[in-house]
Design a protein around this ligand. Structure first.
Ligand code: EPU
Length: 338
């Protein structure tokens, strides 16, 4: 295994920020990871595990060790009357995994098509789209403790999943390296088309017989039309979370802004569409040098070419301030800032 010094991270983050890591290496096997854990570089440096780098904004060089997780493997490990259980290496590309499921008729992740990133990062932030979150199909994951290399299995409950949240972003932050994830996928699909845009898209596509493939195709079409392709324009998907506020505050806002987009939650609060708030605050499509707010989705900040991470960060701070001033609502960043 080679450890590189002063290694560029340009090709390892979907924002295409030109930063460097003091040390960088890539692991392809558990043995290599265990060996790495014994090294001085590992023991004496801050660690950053990176998958696809699709939910991160570098605002400066990383003064530690970046480890790219390239642990591969996709296998069916067991089945029962209703489910197939598959174990997927943390370094597998998420969308490749989704396509593999569709080809094998394993149902449950079709709504999560085309989400950038790797499988290992998916439980960290409980990725979600079009009415489905990873927690709905998650069985367990295997991880190694950063300090002593011991193996631990985390069940669904132990991951403490929330909206774009898990225990790995909170109290166990930087303590475990996820090596593989087991998903529980339905043999008989439960089609989830309740998210308005999917139904409309299936209609436009002229789909008569619904299937997981048709849903995946519809999601791919919707995402491609609204969200910038990170291969073309640097971005990390939604930059902010959709904020949750008390329903009384939401009702009061509705008096002032009748078109406010909100969704009632089971806990009595309301979730607001941050994209709508940002668009109403007149940021959509704005560009400052190479940092900008995407023209089709105001929740997505973009790097048109050579923006620095701190230019994107400063833009995000201005957006937070202006949304707070206009609506009294505090936006929280979803992307990890380094
Ligand atoms: N909207 C606007 N203006 C905008 C963007 C959105 O008015 O510029 C309105 C839309 O018209 C719609 C509402 O906001 O009424 C919601 O928009 P959309 O369906 O595009 O979804 P979102 O809430 O903006 C969330 C996720 C996305 C996920 C989509 C689809 C978060 C932070 N984002 O976005 O996830 O793909 O729903 O399920 O929850 C991501 O996390 O990186 C991500 C892309």
């Amino acid at each position: 295994m080679s450890i590189y010094e002063n290694h560029s991270l340009l090709l390892h983050n979907t924002f295409h920020i030109d930063c460097a890591a003091k040390y960088f290496t890539e692991i392809n096997s558990i043995d290599a990871l265990l060996e790495l854990q014994q090294s001085d570089v590992f023991k004496s440096n801050e660690l950053l595990m990176l998958g696809g780098g699709s939910n991160i904004l570098f605002t400066k060089n990383f003064n530690g060790l970046v480890v790219k997780n390239s642990l591969l493997g996709k296998e069916l490990i067991k089945e029962d009357a209703d489910y197939n259980y598959v174990r997927i290496g943390a370094g597998e590309v998420w969308h490749d995994f989704v396509l593999w499921c569709i080809a094998n008729n394993y149902a449950g992740v079709e709504n999560l098509s085309l989400i950038p990133g790797r499988v290992g990062a998916s439980p960290m932030q409980n990725i979600g789209a079009y009415g489905v979150e990873i927690k709905d199909v998650f069985e367990s994951l295997e991880a190694l403790h950063v300090k002593d290399g011991s193996k631990k299995i985390f069940t669904n409950n132990e991951c403490e999943f929330g909206y774009r949240e898990s225990v790995f972003k909170r109290k166990l932050r930087n303590q475990y390296i996820i090596t593989s994830v087991v998903f529980k996928l339905k043999k008989k699909a439960n089609f989830n088309t309740s998210y308005g845009a999917i139904e409309k898209e299936l209609e436009v596509m002229g789909v008569k017989d619904i299937s997981i493939k048709a849903i995946s195709d519809a999601v791919i079409r919707i995402r491609s039309s609204k969200l910038p392709d990170p291969k073309v324009i640097g971005n990390a998907g939604s930059f902010f979370k959709n904020p949750e506020i008390p329903s009384a505050q939401c009702d009061a806002l509705k008096q002032l802004f009748p078109n406010l987009v909100s969704y009632p939650l089971e806990n009595g609060n309301a979730k607001l569409a941050a994209g709508w708030l940002i668009e109403q605050a007149e940021w959509k499509g704005k560009r400052f040098g190479d940092a900008g707010v995407h023209v089709n989705q105001a929740l997505v900040l973009v790097n048109y070419d050579k923006a620095q991470g701190n230019e994107i960060y400063d833009l995000s701070s201005k957006i937070v301030e202006s949304v707070k001033a206009k609506f009294g609502v505090e936006l929280e960043r979803e992307v990890n800032i380094y």
